[in-house]
Design a binder for this molecule. Sequence first.
Ligand code: ASP
Length: 333
Amino acid sequence: MKTIQTITLVVLSIFWLQSCTKDTKQKSSNTTGSQEKPAYVIAIHGGAGVMSRDKMTDSLQMAYTSKLQEALDTAKMILTNGGTALEAVERTIQVLEASPLFNAGRGAVFTHDGHNEMDASIMDGSNLNAGAVAGVGDIKSPIEAARYVMTNSDHVLLSGKGASDFARSQGLEIVDSSYFFTERRWQSLQNMLKDEKHGTVGCAVLDKYGNLAAGTSTGGMTNKRFNRIGDSPIIGAGTYANNATCAVSATGHGEFFIRYTVAHDISALMEYKGLSLQDAADEVINNKLVAAGGDGGIIAVDKDGNYALVFNTPGMFRAFAKSTGEEGIAIFK
Ligand code: ASP
């Protein structure tokens, strides 16, 4: 009798554990109002202009999910081993830049003239230092170049040939433009697939030292002309981090994100109006931007260990993880 009771208890415990795991896996949006501040929190995006559900095959969905998982695991490993938010942001974005799936680094979209012009920025919330590159076509990892601009130059934003010269002088990897050629993006320029125009990547992290950092990397928008530069390398628009409030990375129609200084506006709503991260992000993305006609979204973490994954598009590639073990990956609403 005692044996039967024990077996029943074990089976019940397994079922309970399984249902808990499933819940945390599925929870992929909204701020968590945790009582205890977690040692770290990570939020990642891979762009808000995801293709429609009917075009997203199972295998493509799996490819995106496993790359996001790899990015998440990279950040988790760095943070668990005592690394900083800044390191985690840079390395995590590099994982996504190296993948042809996302519109950043290797998978960057093409300009109207058939080139790749990439933008990236990174910000350290502990001292408000920032670095960015814009319109670069031969730097293998634009986010790394952005970090070098921040730490090894007197400037915040370098563009075009000057940015490449700087990257070369720092010993960063310069590649032939063929590295950025992917058939899918080429076809996307040819067809101007409207629903596949955003795929920027970004990451925001809170580390155990209480420091926040954010970074964003992109190929910009398909078919862009005249050396157009979007929001991603603009501090306050596509990227912002401040230990007093939050760290934000944005993706979407850059012109709107610049005009509405989206990333900084979220921080300002928290700082000056005392809004929660979720409310601030909702106000900017789902009210202000929607009213203006700007599509896109943000991922963010705040100083207290909350995260927000907010978008006004049908989907956004996104992932989050906390040191408490909660994590999730999602694509559509
Ligand atoms: N925000 C980027 C830009 O406008 C595009 C994107 O997020 O996909 O350049």
